[in-house]
Design a protein around this ligand. Structure first.
Ligand SMILES: Nc1ncnc2c1ncn2[C@@H]1O[C@H](COP(=O)(O)OP(=O)(O)O)[C@@H](O)[C@H]1O
Ligand SMILES: [Mg+2]
Length: 257
């Protein structure tokens, strides 16, 4: 029988969710409880999340598996403050964040959250360098000295993803794998505590997908980010530290029922 799990100040039981025991005593970087989300469809309502709870820990890469349409992207959008749950709570670094206004959520996103999407979602008119600079600019205060520093960090992170020779290419002038590497650089330029990746290799061929996943996992580990990676590919999930499953709008840990 294991020890009782610690509780947060809000009386929420932290969940061991298949982590090594030392993680039980650590506060999750991102913690979601009982998230519910429905979409209005015509005159009806489609209930997608029905009380989904998730803990993400710094330095741990977690796969989120579930069939197509099970709500993976919906959940990632809630965790990344891109959309609001109908009910439920969300904490980032112990701060309750599900009720933030748009401006505060945008600031927090720019500073503390990184996203990688299946469709890359780069701005087509901007170069690789400008795309990576964008989150820093959104969080910036505009001092020139800061701008120099931002440009340096954008250049550095593009070097880390191996694109030092592609800084001034537009997305249309890059291969799919290169575009996703720009997106990874953009996600990591602010050194986010949380990295959310939504089927990041889903639009790439097998070989490029594997290389891109290698890069994403390596950089996620180097940054000690709390990573959640949505995928329907068991080979991708097998490369992560743990796997959670979404079904019928709730999260199952480790083993799908
Ligand atoms: N904005 C929306 N309006 C209405 N229905 C939506 C919307 N976004 C997603 N859905 C529906 O919610 C369900 C879950 O979608 P999604 O989260 O994208 O699933 P997954 O990423 O696991 O494939 C799907 O049935 C989808 O059609
Ligand atoms: Mg999806």
């Amino acid at each position: 029988m294991s020890d009782p799990l610690p509780e947060t100040g809000d009386g929420i039981q932290l969940n061991a969710v298949g982590n090594p025991t030392d993680l039980r005593l650590e506060m999750p970087t991102l913690m979601a409880r009982e998230l519910c989300k429905s979409y209005r469809v015509g005159s009806g309502k489609l209930q997608v999340l029905r009380g989904a709870s998730v803990d993400l820990y710094g330095g741990q890469i977690c796969a989120l598996m579930g069939s197509s349409g099970s709500g993976k992207s919906t959940l990632l959008n809630m965790l990344g403050l891109l959309d609001k749950p109908d009910t439920g709570k969300l904490w980032l670094h112990k701060k309750e964040v599900q009720n933030l206004g748009q401006a505060a959520a945008a600031r927090l996103r720019a500073a503390g959250l990184g996203f990688v999407f299946q469709q890359f979602q780069l701005l087509p008119e901007l170069s690789a360098f400008e795309n990576v600079l964008m989150p820093r600019r959104l969080a910036a205060r505009g001092w020139w000295s800061r701008r120099k520093e931002e440009r340096r960090s954008a250049r550095e992170v593009l070097e880390r993803v191996g694109l030092q020779d592609r800084l001034h290419h537009k997305p249309s002038q890059l291969s799919g794998g290169e575009q996703q590497r720009v997106a990874i650089a953009r996600a990591l330029v602010s050194k986010p505590a949380v990295l959310l990746a939504d089927e990041p290799t889903g639009n790439l061929d097998r070989k490029t997908g594997t290389e891109t996943l290698d890069l994403l996992l390596r950089l996620g580990r180097e940054e000690s980010a709390a990573v959640l990676l949505a995928t329907h590919d068991p080979d991708v999930a097998a490369r992560c530290d743990r796997t959670i499953f979404i079904r019928d709008g709730v999260i199952f840990n480790q083993v799908p029922e």
